[in-house]
Design a protein around this ligand. Structure first.
Ligand code: ADP
Ligand code: ADP
Length: 232
């Protein structure tokens, strides 16, 4: 897993004529292999925090270090390369609905040079998320829970050291959500990634090793729930 270190991170958004703070002086460290839940009400800055860590969004000030990379200093091109080494899972899957499950999982491998067979790797990941038998199904024909499994397989196919999940169970009924969460916990353990997960569901947060609470863009609480086994 990749360790994460944020120092005094601030991010504003322009809304009409006003500057709205999404993150204000956020300082935090995450150890390699931790499973962190980021909780807080809607608008508290959870998504922005994940975007800043993942190199999707650049802070206005402060430093963001992920696995030895100064993320906020990267050029546009270097940031794109950095993001290819991060797994992202979103609430609404963001899959290509007209393509097969397998083709969706292969997508992140297309722009990179690999020494293995891309489709074979994608098949392995679909097996790992329990969808080996649905590889050729069109994503649009899959259930929500199956689609999120495809999205998890896609997020993992390039073997990221960091997985960022933004409300990964938010669009699912509670039973399907629990299954997706169990899967995330299992792959996190199997692949030894650092996992940062934004959620407003207490049951989801309770499964993580650490709980960081945001309110109005600041960290208002930070608790260890159990001791993780860092992989490096
Ligand atoms: P959460 O994920 O906790 O709901 P967000 O990080 O999405 O919080 O949002 C934090 C604050 O930043 C909110 O006030 C939100 O409206 C604002 N915000 C987030 N993204 C944008 C954006 N792209 N443009 C303008 N304001 C934004
Ligand atoms: P999801 O539920 O799929 O995460 P959200 O509704 O939280 O979607 O946010 C979708 C996108 O819109 C995010 O990238 C977020 O940063 C952005 N966003 C959030 N609030 C605002 C806002 N007030 N103005 C513009 N963009 C926003």
């Amino acid at each position: 897993g990749a360790p994460i270190s944020l120092n005094d991170v601030t991010r504003f958004y322009r809304q009409g004529g006003a500057q709205v703070p999404a993150l204000v002086d956020v300082t935090l460290d995450v150890r390699a292999g931790e499973t962190v839940a980021v909780v807080g009400p809607s608008g508290s800055g959870k998504s922005t925090l994940l975007h800043v860590i993942g190199g999707i969004d650049r802070p206005d000030s402060g430093t963001v270090m992920v696995g030895g990379t100064r993320v906020e200093q990267l050029s546009r091109r270097a940031a794109a390369a950095f993001r290819r080494g991060v797994g992202f899972v979103f609430q609404h899957y963001h899959l290509l609905p007209q393509l097969s499950a397998l083709d969706n999982v292969v997508v992140p491998l297309m722009p990179i040079q690999v020494r293995f067979d891309r489709h074979e790797r994608a098949r392995e990941l679909l097996d790992a998320v329990g969808l080996g038998d649905r590889a050729s199904a069109r994503v649009a024909d899959l259930s929500g829970g199956e689609q999120q499994r495809v999205a998890i397989a896609r997020a993992l196919v390039a073997r990221p050291k960091l997985l960022l999940a933004d409300e990964p169970t938010g669009a699912l009924d509670s039973r399907t959500g629990d299954e997706v969460l169990d899967l995330l916990a299992q792959v996190q353990a199997d692949y030894g990634m650092t996992l940062v997960l934004a959620t407003h569901e207490a049951a989801v947060a309770a499964q993580c090793s650490r709980l960081i609470s945001l309110r109005d863009g600041t960290v208002v609480a930070d608790h260890a729930l159990w001791d993780p086994q860092p992989d490096e």
